[in-house]
Design a protein around this ligand. Structure first.
Ligand SMILES: [Cu+2]
Length: 336
C-alpha cells in the first residue's frame, strides 16, 4: 500500500475525485467567496472478511500523506460487496487520524486530530470555515474496520472520499478543529440484552474549547444517544436514529454548528446510549461520540491541562446546531 497521489487529483483529472474538484472550481470562480473544495476518492480492497466476526481489520493501518498543507473539511465512506448487504451492515467504523495517536488509542476526552465514519454516519461535514489542518508530509493513517455477521465469509471494499481545501488557497486559514472520543466502553464491543436497555458513561474534556460538530458510532440495535452536561443539568444533544418499519437502524444524525458549545475542564458530561433489541438473544453493541472542537489559541490542547482561567461562558449549540440525516431534532430538554 503506497501513499495516494494527492496532487494527481486536480492535475491529471483521472482520479474519481477530479469531477468534484472541477465543479467546485467553477462554482468558486463565479462566487469568489469560498475556497475550492477538492475531493480525493479511493477504494481500498476488496478484502476477504471472515464469517461471523466483528471488528475485522484486514487492511491494518493504511498510511496516507498530503503533499501539501491542507484543511480536511469532510469525510465519506461506503462499503461495497458482492452481497446484497447495505454498507451499514458491514461497517464497524473507519477512522483517519495521525499516526502518533496509534501508539495508544485515545481514551475518553483525550485530544487528537482525526475523523471517523461508520455505517450509520457515512458522511461528516464540518461547518463552513472550520477544518482539521494536516501539514505536508504529516503521517496519517486510515483504519478501515469491518463487521461480518453472516454465516459465510465475503469480500468487501471500502470507498473513501476526503474533502479538503488547500492551505495555499486560504492564506487567512480556517478555524482549526480537534477531535476527542467518548465511548461507552472505549473501543470494545459489548452485548445488549433483548428488549430496551441503556448504558451510560461519564467523561470530561480536560481543557477549554468549543464543540462545533458531533458524530456518533453505533451498532444496529442502538437508536438514541444523548450528550448531557451534568454541571448545567442540560441535554446538549438528543440524537435519535432513523429506523425502518421493522425498527432496524438506518441512520444517525450528525450535529454541526458554527456557533459551538463552550466547555471547560470543570464540566462533566454524560453519554447515554439506548438500545431496543427486538430479537430474543443478545446482540453486539458499541456507542461512542466523536466530538470536534476548536480551542481559544487554535492549538491542540495537552490532555493533562488547560485548567487556567475562570469558568467559560457557555455557548449555544442547542440553538445554533443543524443536524443532517436524522428524522427528529434533539429536544434539548433540561432533564439529564
Ligand atoms: Cu463498532
Amino acid at each position: 500500500m503506497h501513499p495516494p497521489p494527492w496532487r494527481k487529483i486536480w492535475r491529471t483529472g483521472c482520479a474519481a475525485g477530479a469531477l468534484a474538484a472541477a465543479s467546485w472550481a467553477t462554482a468558486s470562480a463565479e462566487t469568489h467567496d469560498r475556497p475550492v473544495i477538492f475531493t480525493y476518492s479511493q477504494t481500498y480492497g476488496p478484502y476477504g472478511l471472515a464469517a461471523d466476526t466483528l471488528q475485522q481489520m484486514p487492511a491494518g493501518l493504511v498510511p496516507l500523506k498530503f503533499d501539501e498543507p491542507v484543511w480536511v473539511v469532510g469525510y465519506t465512506t461506503k462499503i461495497t460487496s458482492e452481497s446484497e448487504l447495505p454498507s451499514r451492515e458491514l461497517h464497524c467504523h473507519s477512522l483517519m487520524m495521525g499516526w502518533d495517536e496509534w501508539t495508544h488509542m485515545p481514551t475518553a476526552g483525550q485530544p487528537f486530530k482525526g475523523v471517523f465514519s461508520d455505517g450509520y454516519t457515512p458522511t461528516l461535514t464540518f461547518p463552513p470555515g472550520f477544518g482539521i489542518y494536516f501539514d505536508a508530509g504529516e503521517s496519517v493513517d486510515l483504519m478501515p474496520m469491518f463487521n461480518n455477521r453472516q454465516a459465510a465469509g465475503l469480500e468487501a471494499a471500502l470507498d473513501v472520499s476526503i474533502d479538503f481545501i488547500r492551505a495555499a488557497d486560504v492564506p487567512q486559514g480556517l478555524t482549526p478543529l480537534y477531535s476527542a472520543i467518548a465511548a461507552i466502553d472505549d473501543s470494545r464491543l459489548y452485548m445488549v440484552p433483548p428488549g430496551t436497555s441503556s448504558r451510560e458513561r461519564e467523561f470530561q474534556l480536560p481543557f477549554h474549547g468549543e464543540i462545533h460538530a458531533v458524530g456518533i458510532h453505533i451498532h444496529p440495535y442502538g437508536h438514541q444517544v444523548e450528550l448531557v452536561d451534568l454541571n448545567r443539568g442540560t441535554r446538549v444533544w438528543n440524537a435519535i436514529g432513523k429506523r425502518d418499519e421493522n425498527g432496524r437502524l438506518l441512520e444517525m444524525p450528525f450535529l454541526s454548528a458554527a456557533e459551538g458549545y463552550r466547555f471547560g475542564p470543570e464540566d462533566r458530561f454524560l453519554l447515554r446510549a439506548t438500545y431496543d433489541n427486538p430479537t430474543d438473544v443478545e446482540q453486539d453493541a458499541m456507542a461512542g461520540l466523536f466530538l470536534f472542537f476548536s480551542t481559544e489559541d487554535g492549538t491542540l490542547p495537552s490532555s493533562e491541562g488547560g485548567a487556567e482561567g475562570s469558568a467559560p461562558e457557555h455557548g449555544g449549540m442547542e440553538h445554533g446546531g443543524t443536524e443532517h440525516g436524522g428524522t427528529e431534532h434533539g429536544d434539548h430538554g433540561t432533564e439529564p
